[in-house]
Design a protein around this ligand. Structure first.
Ligand SMILES: [Zn+2]
Length: 236
């Protein structure tokens, strides 16, 4: 919520995009989805990376749509609309607010578990390790060890939570933008830094976005089903 408005401008330059061929369909898509933005910003992300990205962020008067220059330069108009549909999905589905709530609970459980396991460990080995109690600074290495252990075990659940949100945004984006081919092309572009076709276990453990293969499959599924519903005689 704050990053794109207050933090990112420290590191990058944001300019208002005034190419109507790009902005008109994006702002129309925003209006169609009840997003109160009247400008599209361009961010010079190419200073740090070649990755294509965008976001819909802020609240009230800071509400904004931002595309990075990599997406603008390398993406076709269909691809840009598909990506923007996805980003608008995150916004309309309130993913940030829901995640703040969700991770508050996760962090609470994490600290509860940490305290419980620290007390158990100290009751058993505290004397041998010469740690006086949970308030003793000497407990810190044990805290780091246990915290790393919890984080390790939580990794696939964390990634799956994020990936599920991303899949929601994918579905929202396909339905909003109706650009399955643009979306598939974006998935191929993202394949530059994400393995396209991992095994299901690999995807479950490591992937915080659906794999390129699954994204393309979802886009083509959407296209096939929509063609057969909307275009008489097609997709049979
Ligand atoms: Zn996303």
């Amino acid at each position: 919520m704050f990053g794109p408005v207050f933090v990112f401008p420290i590191f990058n330059k944001f300019t208002v995009l005034d190419d109507p061929r790009i902005t008109r369909p994006i702002l129309s898509l925003a209006r169609a989805n009840g997003i109160a933005a009247d400008k599209v910003y361009d961010m010079d992300a190419s200073r740090q990376t070649t990755r294509m990205s965008a976001n819909v962020s802020g609240f009230g008067s800071t509400m904004r749509i931002t595309l990075n220059d990599n997406l603008l330069r390398r993406g076709s108009p269909e691809e840009i609309q598909a990506v923007m549909g996805h980003e608008m999905g995150h916004y309309v589905l309130h993913h940030i607010a829901k995640d703040l709530l969700y991770f508050s609970v996760v962090i609470l459980i994490f600290f509860g578990l940490l305290r419980w396991s620290l007390e158990r460990a100290l009751a058993r080995w505290g004397e041998r390790w010469q740690i006086q109690g949970i308030g003793d600074v000497a407990v810190l290495p044990l805290v780091l060890l246990l915290a790393s252990l919890f984080a390790f075990v939580y990794t696939p659940f964390f990634n799956t939570h994020i990936r599920t949100n991303e899949y929601e945004a994918d579905m929202y984006g396909l339905n909003a933008s109706r650009q399955p081919d643009g979306f598939a092309r974006a998935a191929i572009h993202l394949g530059e830094y994400r393995k396209m076709s991992p095994s299901p276990a690999e995807e479950w453990i490591f992937f915080d976005h659906p794999s390129g293969r699954n994204r393309i499959k979802a886009a083509m599924r959407w296209k096939a089903e929509s063609l057969s519903r909307f275009v008489p005689g097609a997709g049979q």
